[in-house]
Design a protein around this ligand. Structure first.
Ligand code: GPP
Ligand code: MG
Length: 290
């Protein structure tokens, strides 16, 4: 399949069997925890939340209103996570272009565009997610600046040096970090900014714990150790400028999510146990492309 780009054509790279299974997962995925939260303001996130929970939502005596308030509270925390990531991309101008690697249903690119007025290109292996996200951008009237593509984040075909900033929001566990950072490094201009938020296993614990393995099985992913991020970045001219352990900040989100019977997916206790037993960390890394 060929995609026209700036007058030229680029071929989509051949997709591995693994990547096809991942695409199948996301083409079929319709979890209420993603769709019902997204419907609130048409910002569809595929990542978790950070910050303190307002526990009064869980005490609402009216069951329907309680569900609605819990949904809104989880969305507020997920949105706070997206804003934290976006805050590290800048400063950017409306003329700048950003790259969203593993864009899901598109929320992160909209958040970046709203904050900076910049152009955004999101890529996903899922045609359904790309179509959905493009429809959302059209409905918002921002489709001239925010575009989603069915492409492989490891081999995008986008122009080298064309991006002022790029990120992965919980999508690195689907790929080999060396291949991923080589592509970010190619796409970013010198002095550009790379941001990742990820779940990683903790080297000080040892290898992947049972809970980390359960998370891998749930999403068909392969969570990397913390150390591998820094090794792979160093190999690809990405120099960390800020690292933040968000583990404590994300635990309240999971505590609330596990009580939300209308939204749970079954993975909640694995996350809580993994964070609490020290085998897993929720990490933000900000790096400069030098
Ligand atoms: C959440 O997306 C993230 C992933 C699938 C990657 C795994 C992340 C780790 C930190 C290990 P989602 O919002 O679609 O998931 P859910 O449906 O569980 O809300
Ligand atoms: Mg979700």
């Amino acid at each position: 399949m060929a995609i026209p780009q700036s007058g030229a054509t680029v071929s989509l790279p051949a997709q591995s069997t693994y990547q096809s299974r991942v695409a199948d997962y996301w083409n079929a995925e319709e979890n209420p925890v993603n769709l019902e939260l997204g419907r609130i303001d048409d910002l569809y996130h595929h990542h978790y939340g950070i910050g303190e929970v307002d526990w009064s939502v869980a005490d609402d005596p009216d069951p329907a209103r309680r569900q609605q308030r819990v949904t809104a509270e989880l969305h507020r925390l997920e949105h706070a996570q997206a804003e934290l990531l976006a805050s590290h991309l800048g400063p950017l101008s409306p003329a700048d272009r950003v790259f969203d690697a593993g864009c899901g249903r598109g929320g992160g690119s909209v958040v970046a565009h709203q904050r900076y007025g910049c152009h955004a290109d999101g890529v996903t292996l899922s045609t359904k997610q790309a179509d959905f996200a493009n429809e959302q951008a059209r409905a918002r009237g921002i489709d001239d600046k925010v575009r989603y593509h069915h492409r492989n984040m490891l081999e995008t075909g986008f122009a080298a040096g064309g991006y002022a900033a790029s990120w992965n929001n919980e999508s690195t566990m689907y790929v080999e970090l060396d291949l991923l950072f080589a592509e970010h490094s190619r796409l970013l201009r010198r002095g550009g900014r790379y941001v990742v938020i990820t779940g990683c296993y903790n080297d000080t614990y040892g290898r992947a714990s049972r809970e980390v393995s359960l998370i891998n099985a749930h999403y068909i992913c392969d969570i990397h150790p913390r150390s591998e991020y820094f090794r792979a970045m160093a190999r690809h001219r990405l120099v960390p400028v800020h690292v933040e352990d968000l583990t404590q900040a994300t635990i309240p989100y999971w505590e609330l999510r596990r009580t939300a019977d209308h939204l749970v997916t079954g993975v909640e206790d694995a996350f809580l146990d993994a964070y609490r037993n020290g085998s897993f960390q929720y990490l933000l890394i900000v790096a400069d492309r030098v």
